[in-house]
Design a binder for this molecule. Structure first.
Ligand code: NAD
Length: 283
């Protein structure tokens, strides 16, 4: 069994992005800029935004965090996004999710200029990804694809079971895998006999938010298991959706939590922002 070390792959990726950023500044006088909108005071969202801002600083990006109270109206958020769309120093715009219940998340995401949509949630990028055109792909599944590339794990013709079908994890993961010519089964909470699907797969990718969902008898011997889940247990421990200790001995490769997919997600946000900034060269 080999551990897929997302932490060190993310570090290498961020160093490369820092070098490319210096190049972009020197040769084109372009400093990549990321704007983050944070609504409310959810501690997990605040922690994620802090990590993103720190990552921007490390790679040499300009970044701003626009904090808003959770009483804010949809119109005010939309107004702020429109200003960011027009701001030439901002290459990427990210709205930290989840938003408060009174806000229509889909309506907010649609206002982001698709060329600044570094989270890849705008329907325009979703459609482009689904049709295998150049697009901003959502950072978490993109990070998983980078892991497969780095560890030379071929995908063409492989049976992959994606567990979880959200717009930000499972569905774009399935689209990327299909584009890579894998045979993809997408499962979710209403799937009957989940184990039948996971057991048949060469690769199992799980993002559900259910700690310990994937047990040893649910994966075949030699399977590759990617755990996207991040769950905080009552005792403070951070765990994924896979019963790691029992599943790992059966795997050829497995990602740990923490230190697996999580760090890659932030690295891919930097990557997407750099990609957006490079689009200024041809403009
Ligand atoms: P979500 O709640 O939007 O979606 C969960 C999905 O899992 C749904 O499709 C649901 O049908 C499915 N599901 C729930 N229970 C299930 C079960 N018992 N069996 C099969 N399917 C089940 O959640 P999300 O935003 O997609 O996040 C999922 C997990 O991934 C969470 O733990 C989240 O913290 C984590 N996450 C991690 C990263 C990262 O950077 N590693 C990024 C985003 C999300």
């Amino acid at each position: 069994m080999q551990l897929i070390d997302g932490k060190s792959l993310a570090e290498v990726t961020r160093s490369r992005i820092a070098r490319e950023t210096q190049d972009l500044i020197t040769k084109h006088d372009i400093v990549p800029g990321l704007a983050v909108i944070l609504v409310g005071d959810d501690p997990a969202s605040q922690a994620y935004v802090k990590m993103k801002a720190r990552a921007c600083k490390e790679v040499g990006f300009y970044s701003i965090v626009h904090e808003m109270p959770d009483t804010i109206s949809e119109e005010e958020i939309i107004g702020t996004i429109k200003m960011m769309n027009d701001n030439p120093r901002i290459d990427g715009i990210l709205v930290q999710l989840p938003l408060p219940k009174h806000i229509d998340t889909d309506a907010i995401l649609e206002v982001i200029d698709p060329s600044k949509d570094v989270d890849g949630f705008h329907p325009c990028n979703v459609g482009r990804l689904a049709t295998n055109l150049d697009a901003f792909a959502p950072c978490t599944p993109l990070g998983v694809m980078r892991m497969f590339e780095h560890y030379d794990i071929p995908l063409r013709g492989k049976d992959v079971c994606v567990v979880g079908a959200s717009n930000i994890v499972g569905k774009p993961m399935a689209a990327l895998l299909l584009n890579a010519e894998a045979t993809v089964t997408v499962t979710h909470i209403y799937t009957r006999d989940l184990a039948r699907h996971t057991r048949a797969a060469d690769i199992v990718i799980v993002g559900t938010g259910v700690p310990g969902l994937i047990k040893a008898d649910m994966v075949k011997e030699g399977a590759i298991v990617i755990d996207i889940g991040i769950n905080r247990l009552d005792d403070g421990r951070l765990v994924g959706d896979v019963d790691f200790d029992m599943v790992a001995p059966r795997c050829s490769y497995i990602t740990p939590v923490p230190g697996g997919v999580g760090p890659m997600t932030i690295a891919m946000l930097m990557e997407n922002t750099l990609k957006a900034a490079k689009m200024r060269i041809v403009r």
